[in-house]
Design a protein around this ligand. Structure first.
Ligand code: I3P
Length: 106
């Protein structure tokens, strides 16, 4: 599964609020056990991740759809094994379903 998603880094691994809290539109690519982010599909083609960041390791990660999140729609939260948390926004319900299913099996 791959495609554009909004992403916000909400909580650092240390448990404190992340300092850069803005939403970024990123091209996200899910492979078994890892979620990588690229600036766009072209960067993905070149294998250059967003800001050179490492893929997020999904071992021990927990994922949930934020049905009560008021600020934005179609948002899911990913909490990694190290305690850091990211919010992801899909463009519509169909995309949310698609990502949900993919995250479930990743
Ligand atoms: C953040 C940006 C985010 C917002 C976040 C702000 O400011 O406006 O959209 O999250 O609020 O800190 P900046 O772009 O200057 O980093 P929401 O869209 O979820 O409100 P927060 O700090 O309350 O998470």
């Amino acid at each position: 599964q791959e495609g554009p998603l909004g992403r916000k880094h909400d909580v650092e691994g240390s448990g404190k609020k992340s300092s850069n809290r803005s939403w970024n539109n990123l091209y996200c690519v899910l492979k078994p056990g890892q979620l990588s982010a690229y600036k766009d599909a072209k960067s993905f083609g070149h294998g250059a991740t967003y800001h050179g960041e490492e893929p997020l390791a999904l071992a021990g990660a927990h994922w949930e759809v934020l049905t009560n999140y008021k600020k934005k729609k179609h948002v899911f939260k990913l909490r990694l094994g190290d305690g850091s948390e990211y919010l992801f926004q899909c463009k519509d319900e169909e995309e949310l379903q698609r990502w949900s299913q993919a995250m479930h099996t990743a």
